[in-house]
Write a protein that binds this ligand. Structure first.
Ligand code: NAP
Length: 250
């Protein structure tokens, strides 16, 4: 696998990059010449596999453990990257979990865990890189939300609220950072084949997708790569790009 030049000399942090969509994003950015920090929480071996896939193809990558829902852990993560690399050009806030259940019976803990990681984690990582990106007067922040944040979903009140919150956070931070040369956009996947959705491929879900199938992590990675690139995406900020096989059309 030869690698291209779109992101040469750039430092890119992808949260939750050990598996699924984050893995595909890390590999796609690595192929474009970025040095990729593969963040993980519980899967060090899988994170190492991602690092090896990038480096064996001639790219640069290393892995760092951090729980992105924990303030100290996030601050330590960014400090470690800046000590080593001196700058950070791309942040992809990808890490996410589900704890599904009907609202009436939803445990407070399941509500909080999902909000803490899927929404507060995006805030913590964005805040932690913002000082450096402002100093650089350059940066790309790409948040992975979900079409569920646009349309709601029975059984996912916690997840939908977090993902809708990510959209508000994306637009607010885009407005705050625009004058500093930093763009902030969100990608809203529909159903993508990963561990998160492995039990969901039912006929009723498939029939709701006009293009007729689940997407792949590479579909999301392609859009993230576009949003990270210059000059194609340099005039795009505060947007939510749906990659959902036509599932939600507004
Ligand atoms: P996944 O396969 O379950 O992978 C989740 C990733 O998040 C793993 O790499 C995991 O790392 C990491 N992670 C979990 N807790 C973490 C923590 N506390 N700190 C840091 N990393 C943590 O999920 P996915 O389907 O790829 O989803 C990725 C993103 O896309 C999520 O934000 C999800 O909400 C969003 N999304 C997915 C779909 C879909 O259909 N799959 C649709 C819409 C949106 P470890 O294993 O190392 O803990």
């Amino acid at each position: 696998m030869a690698y291209n030049q779109l992101l040469t000399d750039q430092i890119a942090l992808v949260t939750g990059a050990s598996r699924g969509i984050g893995r595909a994003i890390a590999i796609a950015l690595g192929r474009e010449g970025a040095e990729v920090i593969v963040n993980y929480s519980n899967s060090p071996e899988k994170a190492q596999e991602v690092v090896e896939e990038i480096t064996q193809a001639g790219g640069k990558a290393y892995k760092l453990e951090a729980n992105v829902s924990d303030e100290n852990s996030v601050d330590e993560l960014i400090k470690t990257i800046l000590e080593k690399n001196k700058h950070i050009d791309v942040l992809v806030n990808n890490a996410g979990i589900t704890r599904d259940g009907l609202l009436m019976r939803m445990k407070t803990r399941d509500w909080q865990e999902v909000i803490n990681l899927n929404l507060s984690g995006v805030f913590l990582c964005t805040r932690a890189v913002s000082r450096q990106m402002i100093k650089q007067r350059k940066g790309r922040i790409i948040n992975i939300t979900s079409v569920v944040g646009l349309m709601g979903n029975a059984g996912q009140a916690n997840y939908a609220a977090a993902k809708a919150g990510v959209i508000g956070l994306t637009k607010s931070s885009a407005k705050e950072f625009a004058s500093r040369g930093i763009t902030v956009n969100a990608v809203a996947p529909g159903f993508i084949s990963t561990d998160m959705t492995k039990d969901l491929k039912t006929d009723s879900i498939l029939s709701a997708i006009p293009l007729g199938s689940f997407g792949s992590p590479e579909h999301i990675a392609g859009t993230v790569k576009f949003l990270a690139g210059d000059p194609a995406a340099s005039y795009i900020t505060g947007q939510v790009i749906q990659v959902d096989g036509g599932m939600v059309m507004s």
